[in-house]
Design a protein around this ligand. Sequence first.
Ligand SMILES: Nc1ncnc2c1ncn2[C@@H]1O[C@H](COP(=O)(O)OP(=O)(O)O)[C@@H](O)[C@H]1O
Ligand SMILES: [Mg+2]
Length: 328
Amino acid sequence: MINVDYDEDRPWVEKYRPTSFAEIVSQNLAIYNLKNFVARKSMPHMIFTGPAGTGKTSTALIVAKAIIKDELYHRNVLELNASDTVRMSYVRNVIKSFVAQKMILDDNGLKIIILDEADNIPNQVQQALRRIIEKYSENVKFILLCNYINKIIDPIISRCAVFRFINLSKEKVIERLKYIVEKERLQIPKNVEENFYETLFFISGGDLRKAINTLQMAVALDLIENLNLNELLRISGFLDKTTMTNLIETVNKRNFESARLLIEELEKIDSRNLIRQINVNLDKFNIQEASYSQILSNFGDIDYKISQGADEKLQLIALLAIIMQNSN
Ligand SMILES: Nc1ncnc2c1ncn2[C@@H]1O[C@H](COP(=O)(O)OP(=O)(O)O)[C@@H](O)[C@H]1O
Ligand SMILES: [Mg+2]
């Protein structure tokens, strides 16, 4: 008999997406409260907010599946991703026709609209959305998902129960990765095992989706058997250990020109990645004790400036200059 694994090509983030509350890790407070709503088969409008890869979408799907019966799910649950469909007309048409559709009444008579990446919706469209939320509140419940709740307009927030999703700890991320490794029967060489998981966690920055994707990519590229962590770092857009050490030494020698050249030469590096990498290696720089906390606080500022469109390499070079100025 031929044993075909139909799951082979499925992204692991989908294959291992939690399907029950019990599988959602770290979000105890949110899950505790959500279970209560689900037990009563009723729910308010809700906002799930928090960093990427912390379980917001998975949890929204679990809630919807628990409240709307299987056979009605496709008719009575609408999943929309706002990142690519933010136009006013789209929200109007799709959502309005969905809410206006005759309901096949379930015992609770509810429809649910899951609006992913709701913080991408322009304010004006949010205003239109708000009117829909008000008008159909009785039968239609919204679950809005976002990274930044401050991008959601107040009149919507005030109509929703807000659930905050927190970053997963290193232990939780590694635990979930180990679970997948076991299920996929991967052989991680024992001597690098710990380092491997540490590196995956570092690359993920606490985003479990990224961690799982990186693991699957490492497998797809045959990086596991002769595990090469430097290669893993490089293909994920970080400096390998040697280059990082070089950079640290150059900065410690206070050789600004060489440091600048080193940065200029990096072609495909993502500056925000590198800034994070410098951050976690900060103890290897010869920074004066008195300046340490001030430099630490610089990282957040720089990340913010880059997110607002500042030139990435300039910010990076400025950061190195500040470190040098405050080094022994
Ligand atoms: N809290 C969590 N518990 C278990 N798995 C998680 C959790 N957060 C994320 N994941 C994993 O990461 C993937 C992405 O999760 P997702 O729910 O889409 O996150 P978000 O919507 O917050 O970006 C899921 O497939 C799941 O495997
Ligand atoms: Mg999501």
